[in-house]
Design a binder for this molecule. Structure first.
Ligand code: PLP
Length: 427
C-alpha cells in the first residue's frame, strides 16, 4: 500500500522548510511521519491514507464546537458570497467586539487582528507606550507567539535579563524582557522590589497550556494583580488559548481577576484567522488613530473570519455548553487516570473546562522545570500507540489537549479503552 503521508512529507520537504508551516507539526519531538490531514468532521480528522482519528488537537484549540460545524460553515459560505475582504470597517466587527465585551467585562475596548502573535505583540507595545517604560516580565514555559521580544529564555541568574531563544533575534531586542519561573511568587516580589517602577507589563498564560497544562496557584494569581497595581504595571492575561476554553469568560472569570489587557485568539475565530486584544479604555485609547502607539492590519477584522467567530461565540453560549464540555473532559481524564493505574504506568492527568494535560509523572507540574522532569520518552510511546490506534494528540509532551462538543461520551469511552490497551503495552 502506498503511504500518502510519507510521500507528501518527502515532497513537502523539497519546497517547505521541514515540510511544515509551523514547526511542531513536523513530529520532530516524537519522531515518525506527520499525518497530512485531508478533512475533518465533528470529533474526527482523516489523513491522506484515509485513516480516521478521534482528534484531541482541535486545531490547537479553535475547534471547540467540533470540526466543520454545519452552522459555522453555513455563515462562512453566505458571507463569502458578498466578498472576502474590503479593507474598510464593517458592522460585523462592531457586533463581535460588543459580544466579546459582554462575555469578558474587563474588555472595555477591543481591536481585532489576525493571529495570537499579533495580539500579544501589539498588547505589549501598547503597554510600553501607555506606561512609557521598556521592561516586561514573562514566565518560563509560557508561549505568547513568536515576536522578537518574547523569544527569550531565562538568563543565568534569577533576575538577569533574558537571552534570545531563537537565532535571528538580537540580544538588544530581548534585553528588556525578564523571565521568571511560573508560580514563583517570591521571585516575582524580588523582581518588583528591584525594578518595579521600570516594568511596563507582566504577560502570562493565566492557565499555562504551552508547557503542557500547568495551573497557577491562587497566591501567584493574586500577588500578580496586587503587585502590578501597586507599581503601575499593566497586567496582560494572554487568553489566546484559555479564552472561551477553560470557561466562557476565560481564566479571568475563574480567577475573579480583572486584567488590564487581554489577548484572545484560537476559539474566537472558530477555525479562521482571527485574534484580538482589548481591555481598559484608558489604555486601549493610546492606540492609533487615537493615540501614539501604532498598530494596523490589511486583513484585520476580515469579514469571513468574523462571521465564523460570531457563529462560534453564539454556539458556545447555548444552554449547558460548558457544563457538558467540562463533564466530557473530566470523564476522559478520570478514565485515563484509572487505566494507567490498572496498567501500573506512572501517569496523571488534569483538566480545566475543555482543556486537559497528560503527564508521565507522579504529580502535576507547577513550573516548566517540573514539566521538563517528566518522562518524555513515555509520552512518545503513548503518543504513537494512540495514533496507531486512531487517536490523535498534539505531537509533543509540552502541549495541552482539547475537548470539543462533538466528542460524545461513547467516543470518550472508546478513547479510554484504547488508552488502557496502550498503557498496558508500555509496561
Ligand atoms: C497559540 C498561542 C499564541 C499564538 O497564537 P498564533 O495565532 O499561533 O499566533 C499566543 N499565546 C498563547 C497563549 C497561545 O496559546
Amino acid at each position: 500500500m502506498t503511504n500518502r503521508n510519507e510521500q507528501l512529507f518527502t515532497r513537502a520537504k523539497n519546497i517547505i522548510p521541514g515540510g511544515v508551516n509551523s514547526p511542531v507539526r513536523a513530529f520532530g519531538s516524537v519522531g515518525g511521519v506527520p499525518r497530512f490531514i485531508k478533512k475533518a468532521q465533528g470529533a474526527y480528522v482523516w489523513d491522506e491514507n484515509d485513516q480516521r482519528y478521534i482528534d484531541y488537537v482541535g486545531s490547537w484549540g479553535p475547534a471547540i464546537v467540533g470540526h466543520a460545524h454545519p452552522e459555522v460553515l453555513e455563515v462562512v459560505r453566505e458571507v463569502a458570497l458578498d466578498g472576502l475582504s474590503f479593507g474598510a470597517p464593517t458592522e460585523a466587527e462592531i457586533i463581535i467586539a460588543e459580544e466579546i465585551a459582554k462575555i469578558m467585562p474587563s474588555v472595555e475596548r477591543l481591536r481585532l487582528v489576525s493571529s495570537g502573535t499579533e495580539a500579544t505583540m501589539s498588547a505589549i507595545r501598547l503597554a510600553r507606550g501607555y506606561t512609557n517604560r521598556d521592561k516586561i516580565i514573562k514566565f518560563e514555559g509560557c508561549y505568547h507567539g513568536h515576536s522578537d521580544s518574547l523569544l527569550v529564555k531565562a538568563g543565568s541568574g534569577m533576575l538577569t535579563f533574558g537571552n534570545p531563544s531563537s537565532a535571528g533575534v538580537p540580544a538588544d531586542f530581548t534585553k528588556h524582557t525578564i523571565v521568571l519561573p511560573y508560580n514563583d511568587t517570591s521571585s516575582l516580589k524580588e523582581c518588583f522590589a528591584q525594578f518595579g517602577d521600570q516594568i511596563a507589563c507582566v504577560i502570562l498564560e493565566p492557565v499555562a497550556g504551552n508547557m503542557n497544562l500547568v495551573k497557577p496557584t491562587t497566591d501567584f494569581i493574586q500577588t500578580l494583580r496586587q503587585i502590578t497595581e501597586q507599581n503601575g504595571t499593566v497586567l496582560i492575561y494572554d487568553e489566546v488559548m484559555t479564552g472561551f476554553r477553560v470557561a466562557l469568560g476565560g481564566a479571568q472569570s475563574i480567577h475573579g481577576i480583572k486584567p488590564d489587557l487581554t489577548t484572545m485568539g484560537k476559539v474566537i475565530g472558530g477555525g479562521m484567522p482571527l485574534a484580538a486584544f482589548g481591555g481598559k479604555k484608558e489604555i486601549m485609547e493610546c492606540i492609533s488613530p487615537l493615540g501614539g502607539v501604532y498598530q494596523a492590519g490589511t486583513l484585520s477584522g476580515n469579514p469571513v473570519a468574523v462571521a465564523a467567530g460570531l457563529k462560534t461565540l453564539e454556539i458556545i453560549q447555548r444552554e449547558g455548553f460548558y457544563e457538558n464540555l467540562t463533564a466530557r473532559t473530566e470523564q476522559l481524564i478520570n478514565g485515563f487516570n484509572q487505566a494507567a493505574k490498572n496498567a501500573g504506568v506512572t501517569f496523571c492527568a488534569d483538566s480545566i473546562g475543555g482543556m486537559f494535560g497528560l503527564y508521565f509523572a507522579d504529580t502535576f507540574p507547577s513550573t516548566y522545570a517540573d514539566m521538563a522532569a517528566s518522562n518524555v520518552g513515555a509520552f512518545k510511546q503513548f503518543f504513537h500507540g494512540m495514533l496507531d490506534n486512531g487517536v490523535a494528540f498534539g505531537p509533543s509532551a509540552y502541549e495541552a489537549a482539547f475537548m470539543s462538543a462533538a466528542h460524545t461520551p461513547e467516543l470518550i469511552d472508546e478513547t479510554i479503552n484504547i488508552a488502557e490497551k496502550v498503557f498496558f503495552s508500555m509496561k
